[in-house]
Design a protein around this ligand. Structure first.
Ligand SMILES: Cc1cc2nc3c(=O)[nH]c(=O)nc-3n(C[C@H](O)[C@H](O)[C@H](O)COP(=O)(O)OP(=O)(O)OC[C@H]3O[C@@H](n4cnc5c(N)ncnc54)[C@H](O)[C@@H]3O)c2cc1C
Length: 294
């Protein structure tokens, strides 16, 4: 699929960016799952003019507004991103490819934790939430990737290019079968049981599963849910901050031509009002970037 702009994220920031970009006649695709927005399932009571409104209502109405001016919502996550000359190429978890001239990163702040003993104690000592960021540290070592979705499949396949041994632990596999096949073909060893604990004395040494299996390992990559904003940013030559947020200027530009960001992903305050304000700026400037007119 080709378009002017891809907006990654269908929460308040991404939807507002889509409304402004599509009103400026830029062909706009929005990737991401609205149900995974931080606003989904919440009650928002401090948003200008709305009184008390459910986050789900806000999102549904916003999507309808954006669709009415031509934005297309694909409801799939981005699993990989790359710069290709003056274009950007993205692969979605359904396997589709999207090629655009500009991108708006509106992925919010989510880095799902596994919630098992050893995870927080060994974070940074073998536990990682970002395969793309940390793969280089695991050259010739053993790693386990944990997760059920396509992002875990992509991370596992990628780690085979670095690690001496790559295992993939899942317990409710929902990854795209094509990506699973690719991981298997690359030599990834699969385990089908939920992690129970991460073990190690000052550094990761093993992962124990609920079925009692103990996998000796040097690294545990927790890849739950959507690909993180940090991973996507780095694919696009944008260096995330230490806390994985993406720094933008007053135009919501990341400094890389054609790459904009808005909403929670740019840092606090994590609020709908700030997300839609920046969404307006990012969507408008992305449209100006591709269409060259104010
Ligand atoms: C319990 C709770 C209550 C809240 N109450 C309020 C309140 O009362 N008032 C208020 O102003 N704010 C409130 N917030 C905060 C508010 O929900 C957020 O500030 C707002 O949703 C941020 O919007 P966003 O678009 O930046 O990010 P999000 O809404 O989190 O949207 C991010 C989107 O990016 C998508 N995404 C992530 N990774 C990928 C990927 N790899 N590919 C494709 N898509 C991806 C996600 O699926 C999601 O659709 C609350 C939050 C919570 C959790």
């Amino acid at each position: 699929m080709e378009a002017d702009i891809l907006i990654i994220g269908s929460g308040p920031a991404g939807i507002q960016a889509a409304i402004h970009a599509s009103r400026r006649k830029a062909s706009t695709v929005v990737a991401g799952k609205p149900s995974a927005s931080a606003a989904a399932g919440t009650e928002v009571d401090n948003y200008f003019g709305a009184g008390e409104i459910s986050g789900d209502d806000l999102i549904a109405k916003g999507i309808a507004q954006a669709e009415s001016t031509g934005a297309v919502f694909v409801r799939q996550n981005v699993v990989s991103a790359a710069k290709d000359g003056d274009r950007f190429r993205f692969v979605l978890d359904g396997g589709d490819e999207v090629v655009v001239k500009a991108v708006v990163i509106a992925t919010g702040v989510s880095r799902d934790k596994l919630g098992v003993p050893g995870e927080s104690e060994l974070f940074g000592k073998g536990v990682s939430y970002c395969a793309v960021c940390d793969c280089n540290f695991y050259k010739g070592r053993r790693v386990v990737v944990v997760g059920n979705e396509s992002e875990a499949a992509v991370a596992a396949e990628m780690m085979t290019g670095y690690a001496s041994e790559t295992s993939w632990v899942h317990w409710n596999l929902e990854a795209n079968p094509v990506l699973v096949e690719k991981a298997l073909a690359a030599g990834v060893r699969m385990y089908g049981s939920k992690p129970a604990s991460i073990g190690g004395d000052g550094k990761v040494e093993s992962l124990t599963l609920e079925d009692g299996t103990v996998i000796p390992t040097d690294g545990v990559f927790i890849e739950l849910g959507a690909r993180s904003s940090a991973d996507i940013a780095m694919d696009l030559d944008v260096m995330p901050e230490m806390d994985d947020s993406i720094k933008v200027d007053s135009e919501c530009s990341t400094g890389v031509p054609g790459v904009f960001a808005c909403g929670d992903v740019t840092g606090k305050p994590w609020q709908v009002a700030k997300a839609v304000g920046q969404g307006c700026v990012a969507g408008t400037n992305a449209a100006i970037y591709v269409r060259g007119a104010r």
